[in-house]
Design a protein around this ligand. Structure first.
Ligand code: UD2
Length: 301
């Protein structure tokens, strides 16, 4: 998209900051972030930063005034924390998201929201398509599913152009912290020469999608005619956690041993995206396979 005024909520976070970087050369970009996990140093200079919480209607109103598109990436991303404190995560992931949708309605702005493969829970079929039954196994998944459904409803009821992107396991530079995902954990362990900790037997599998592909999906969603829809955003390739451990070891040249720990309670066994719909309607296809994505992380990010 070009020559637009856009708001990225959670724009200083992992996915948000990469999106901001892609948007800034051709658009006027605003970021709303409370910087609890986001990082100012990830933001280009020519971005307007509003420091605030998305639960704060005043901050949101200020940030959204006059925008053409809102990319909604602010969230409490920890699945475990949503299990411990479901109401707290509901307030940010769902209630505040509704504020974002309401604000978009006010401004007549397009909205692209970050949904999740968590909406499928333990999937009934693999790979999962958008018509696979949704059975979230965590409050986080329920919240993302409700957001996903509200997004569709806002198109139906109020004619607002909305798109929900169901991310599978996103990875890439700047992903770090306690909820950052298995790839950044394994890379840190391999670099430090510490044991790579595989939880359970390691035969569980995921669809790892590079953040630059996630960003491209967002840019497509910003202009598509296929509104009121949800799309799986993954690569269509599944990798087991044991295979991942080997890939990370090879890419880093590390001699870290692979050790096994207890499996995570409630861990999803297999997750993989059918991306036919995104290919057909968004002309989206992931470009970075896992080996090259990890190699570039090792070389640069
Ligand atoms: C991902 C998303 C989450 C939600 C969920 C939906 C990330 C970081 N999280 O959770 O937000 O959308 O999908 O289903 O993308 N593992 C190890 N060793 C480690 C760390 C992890 O073996 O040191 C395993 C873990 O047990 C799991 C797999 O790696 O089987 C992936 O774990 P994760 O935390 O990266 O992501 P996931 O799929 O639980």
């Amino acid at each position: 998209i070009r020559d637009s005024t856009v708001l990225v909520t959670g724009g200083a976070g992992f996915i948000g900051s990469h999106l901001v970087e892609a948007l800034t050369p051709h658009n006027e970009v605003r970021v709303l972030d409370d910087f609890t996990t986001g990082d100012r140093t990830h933001l280009p200079d020519d971005v307007t930063v509003i420091e605030g919480d998305i639960r704060d209607p005043i901050a949101l109103q200020q940030a959204a005034r006059g925008v053409d598109v809102i990319f909604h990436h602010a969230a409490l991303v920890s699945v475990e924390r949503s299990v411990d404190a479901p109401r707290q995560s509901n307030r940010t992931n769902l209630e505040a998201s509704l504020l974002v949708l309401e604000q978009a309605r006010q401004e007549d702005a397009r909205v692209v929201v970050a949904s999740s493969a968590a909406v499928y829970g333990h999937p009934e079929e693999l790979p999962v398509s958008e018509t696979t039954p949704t059975n979230p196994t965590s409050p986080y998944g329920v919240q993302k599913l409700a957001l996903d459904q509200y997004t569709r409803l806002y198109e139906e009821l109020y004619d607002l152009p909305t798109v929900a992107l169901r991310y599978f396991n996103a990875y890439g530079p700047r992903q770090r912290g306690p909820y950052s995902g298995v790839i950044s954990t394994f890379l840190e362990q391999a670099r430090a020469g510490e044991p790579i900790t595989v939880e359970g037997d390691g035969e569980q599998s995921r669809d790892f999608v590079h953040v630059s592909d996630v960003v491209r999906a967002n840019l497509r969603a910003a202009t598509t005619d296929a509104v009121g829809e949800a799309f799986n955003i993954g690569t269509g390739q599944r990798t087991t956690i044991l295979e991942l451990a080997e890939i990370v070891r090879d890419a880093t040249g590390s001699s870290s041993p692979i050790v096994h720990r207890d499996a995570r309670p409630g861990d999803i066994r297999h997750s993989g995206a059918d991306t036919t719909k995104a290919t057909r309607e968004l002309e989206f296809g992931a470009r970075i396979d896992l080996e090259s994505g990890i190699r570039s992380l090792v070389d640069g990010g």
